[in-house]
Design a protein around this ligand. Structure first.
Ligand SMILES: *Cc1c(COP(=O)(O)O)cnc(C)c1O
Length: 406
């Protein structure tokens, strides 16, 4: 119901759509042009001076890209957005725009593997230090702030443990320290969670995931709460060359038109699969924000309008059982990524989070046997049948063991 009140289906379908501006086209055209003719020298000068809004050069802005940016900014309730070539380009844009030598960042753990590596391997070389605190620990987040801390960076639900960060609490901490709160909202997406409404200053996405939703594009976006922040981020994205191209933007905008339907259907599948897995005797535990067994179930109910479609679970047989499961699924595809119409399964410890040292993985709750499943939009019966036959292969391969409660 909350979603209906926020007009999210309507915004996803009509955002950036203005047929009168494009000869009546109902699908925003692909402006496949690197540069734009100025009707006069005076108009060209006005565009460079920022007093006329017309396009100049595609790295600096393009009508197809702008349609996508305005659609996502509207969904996230921000003042505007900058679309980028990849999700990592969105993250790099934020760090490059807001940090300089000597600055410090406080992040929650776990983070998307490459985000953590970006900070520890590359931004450390540029004199930026970072402190990582557990996603679930607000007191540790507040305590990690130093005089030189310039931003708080969080991801919720976190990848791959599905720990949640309390966004209202994190934004209160950021406001008290007078620094921006940046949220990677890739996992939930704007349909299920809008961090700006909870106090965040900057929200970003890998649009490769649910926004595009068809596993055929790599793209990212950064959304700002206020125009001054947006201007700083846009300048960095243009100068560092992070921006997206028009064809890729068109594909993502096309994907977004069905965002609400896809997310709701995948989520229904995920809820049913999570409940089913929790009852399965080969499964040691399931972590999913839609299950009462999630330690932050109440927070999920408060800050999200649904639990999403990614499930983490551990098999009783640990890593070896997980290996057999992933080799035994037939329709569910063994691949990284998430949020697409097709269901994907992967092993974070050896795949997406391979770059995180093993001791560090364990500290963050990324156990050796953790399996991540991104539920897609297939028929639920087919998904359960595939999981059932794959778990039967696991059972055959493992020695019998007594049923113990989790
Ligand atoms: C995939 C992902 C990214 C990186 O996005 P790319 O589009 O692959 O560059 C960042 N954060 C999260 C949470 C992701 O899932």
């Amino acid at each position: 119901m909350a979603n209906d009140a926020n007009h999210l289906h309507t915004k996803a379908i009509h955002g950036g759509l203005d047929p009168a501006a494009h000869r009546g086209a109902v699908s925003v055209p692909i402006y496949q042009s690197s540069t734009f003719a100025f009707p006069s020298a005076e108009e060209g000068a006005a565009r460079f001076a920022g007093t006329s809004p017309g396009p100049i050069y595609t790295r600096m802005g393009n009508p197809t890209v702008q349609a996508l940016e305005s659609c996502v900014a509207d969904l996230e309730e921000g003042c505007g957005a900058i679309a980028t070539a990849t999700g990592m380009a969105a993250i790099s844009t934020v760090f490059l725009a807001l940090l300089r030598n000597g600055d410090h960042v406080v992040c929650t753990d776990p983070l998307y593997g490459a985000t953590r590596t970006l900070l520890t391997r590359y931004f450390s070389r540029l004199g930026v230090t970072s402190t990582f605190v557990p996603a679930t620990d607000n007191a540790a987040l507040a305590a990690a702030i130093r005089p030189e801390t310039r931003l708080i960076y969080v991801e919720t639900p976190a990848n791959p443990t599905l720990d949640l960060v309390d966004l209202a609490a994190a934004s209160a901490i950021a406001r008290a320290a007078v620094i921006p709160l940046v949220v990677d909202n890739t996992f939930a997406g704007p349909h299920l969670q809008r961090p700006i409404t909870l106090g965040a200053d900057v929200v970003l996405h890998s649009m490769t995931k649910s926004l595009n939703g068809h596993s055929d594009v790599i793209a990212g976006i950064v959304i700002a709460r206020d125009p001054a922040m947006l201007a700083v981020l846009r300048d960095a994205a243009i100068m560092f060359g992070m921006t997206i191209d028009p064809h890729q933007s068109w594909l993502v905008l096309r994907g977004i038109r069905t965002l609400g339907m896809r997310v709701e259907r995948a989520q229904q599948n995920a809820i049913a699969i999570a409940r089913w897995l929790e009852q399965h005797e080969e499964v040691a535990w399931v972590r999913f924000p839609g299950l009462p067994s999630h330690p932050q179930f109440d927070l999920a109910q408060r800050q999200m309008s649904g639990p999403g479609s990614v499930i983490a679970f551990e098999l009783r047989g640990g890593t070896e059982a997980g290996r057999i499961l992933m080799n035994s699924v037939r329709m569910i595809t063994l691949a990284v990524s998430l949020g697409g119409v097709e269901s994907l399964i992967e092993h974070p410890s050896s795949m997406t989070h391979k770059g995180v040292p093993v001791e560090e993985q364990r500290r963050q709750g990324i156990t050796a046997g953790l399996v991540r499943l991104s539920a897609g939009c297939e028929d639920l019966d087919d998904l359960l049948a595939d999981l059932a036959q794959a778990l039967a292969c696991v059972a055959v391969a493992s020695p019998p063991r007594p049923r113990v409660s989790a």
